[in-house]
Ligand binder design. Structure first.
Ligand SMILES: *Cc1c(COP(=O)(O)O)cnc(C)c1O
Length: 392
């Protein structure tokens, strides 16, 4: 294949693949907390938790330091421990599998559906053993998984069903919001995610007992918090479990509240940009967008397209970057990372659809502040790269 003839930079400013939206009212919300009596574990935590529960249709929300802590808390609340297996998709951010190992459990990798990169319920079923305790599905890119099929499997085999919904706050499937599709759903508020608090996360659930366990887990395993003690006029507290300091501060919760109010508008904006990509990429020779299932309201945290089989993704990646288009790749199958290879040995071939998809995927820029013109720039660069790469 000839080297790609570049593609003089079209853009004066580089286009990142994702970016937060911070407006004056977000700044004002943070400043207000800085001038208040509470910097952490104050009224904004409760307010943000109530707003998250209302937004997702769940009874309880527990805020936590980050999305990884949310997954850790979910595994702890479910009592995952040594000898237990949790089924996770092969293609996800590493934290989805790591949280099982934090608890001494074993992540078991299930393959994905080639056209959506969502966990494949048929392969989940094949991976169930007498040690399986939970299914941890990932709403990859912002598209909710097939929770109907996953719930049926979970019920039949007596398993917990958890959604790693770090990409998907604000999405829905068959009219049910993400947060109400699984027993526990976890969120991340990292700047590239649907809403940003710097670092931040939450778990939502309808199960009051699980919510109570996660509150204790995020605060050192100490049973009563400061405000409860004050109400009781007591200095006594008890540490009943080994917990962590995984709290989210009032400063961050105030930012989260301000951001959450704007999320429906941002999701609509992401969907409009995705629709524009879909139209511009129809029958495109280089880029084929992933599929969206019927009944899905997609959150479009990522807009992912696949290259034709045999095209050198590295070359295409570098050509986009040279044109100042910030494409990215989400993700290497988790078990191919060196940590997992050292634990499991070389398991190449374990999840063939995931390994094939990994060679072909490219995440294109998408975030609420992008314009349709930006999408047109990305497609113009794709046209140019396609002409160069596909002529040979
Ligand atoms: C971002 C992310 C996480 C971890 O969230 P942090 O807030 O960065 O800890 C977990 N799972 C998935 C799928 C993610 O994208």
């Amino acid at each position: 294949m000839d080297p790609i003839e570049n593609t003089a930079p079209l853009r004066a400013k580089p286009l990142p693949y994702g970016r937060q939206t911070i407006e004056d009212d977000d700044v004002a919300a943070v400043v207000e907390v800085l001038r208040s009596d509470w910097l952490t574990t104050g009224p904004k935590v409760d307010e943000f938790e109530r707003a998250l529960a209302a937004f997702t249709g769940a009874a309880h929300a527990v805020t936590i330091a980050n999305g990884t802590g949310a997954l850790h808390a979910a595994m702890a609340a479910l009592g995952i421990g040594p000898g237990d297996e949790v089924i996770v998709p092969a293609i996800t951010f590493v934290a989805t599998a790591n949280c099982v190992i934090y608890q001494g459990g074993t992540p078991v990798f299930a393959d994905i559906e080639a056209d959506t990169l969502l966990i494949d319920p048929a392969d989940v079923e094949r991976k169930i053993t007498p040690r399986t305790k939970a299914i941890l599905a990932v709403d990859y890119g912002g598209q909710p998984c097939d929770y109907g099929a996953l719930r049926a499997l979970a019920q039949r085999h007596g398993l917990a069903l958890v959604a790693d919904a770090c990409h998907a706050l604000g999405a829905a499937r068959d009219g049910t919001p993400v947060g109400s599709l699984a027993e526990l759903s976890t969120f991340s508020f990292h700047p590239v995610k649907p809403i940003a608090t710097g670092e931040g996360g939450a778990i939502v659930t309808n199960d009051a007992a699980l919510a109570a366990k996660m509150r204790v887990f995020r605060g050192h395993g100490i049973v009563s918090d400061f405000r409860q003690r004050e109400k009781q006029g007591s200095w006594v507290y008890d540490m009943s479990h080994l917990g962590f300091n995984y709290r989210l501060s009032d400063i961050q919760c105030a930012l989260g509240l301000s951001q959450l109010a704007k999320l429906p508008g941002w999701i609509a904006r992401r969907q409009a940009l995705a629709a524009h990509y879909d139209e511009r990429l129809r029958e495109h020779p280089l880029l084929t967008p992933l599929a969206c299932r019927p009944g899905v309201s997609h959150g479009f945290h990522l807009y992912v397209a696949q290259l034709p089989i045999g095209v050198d993704r590295g070359e295409v990646f570098r050509a986009f970057r040279a044109a100042r288009i910030g494409v990215n790749v989400h993700y290497l199958p988790v078990y191919l990372h060196s940590f997992y290879r050292e634990r499991l040995g070389d398991r190449r071939g374990l999840c063939p659809a995931a390994e094939q998809a990994y060679e072909r995927i490219l995440s294109l820029p998408i975030f609420p502040l992008m314009s349709e013109r930006d999408v047109d720039d990305v497609v113009a660069v794709a046209d140019q790269i396609g002409r160069s790469v596909l002529k040979s």
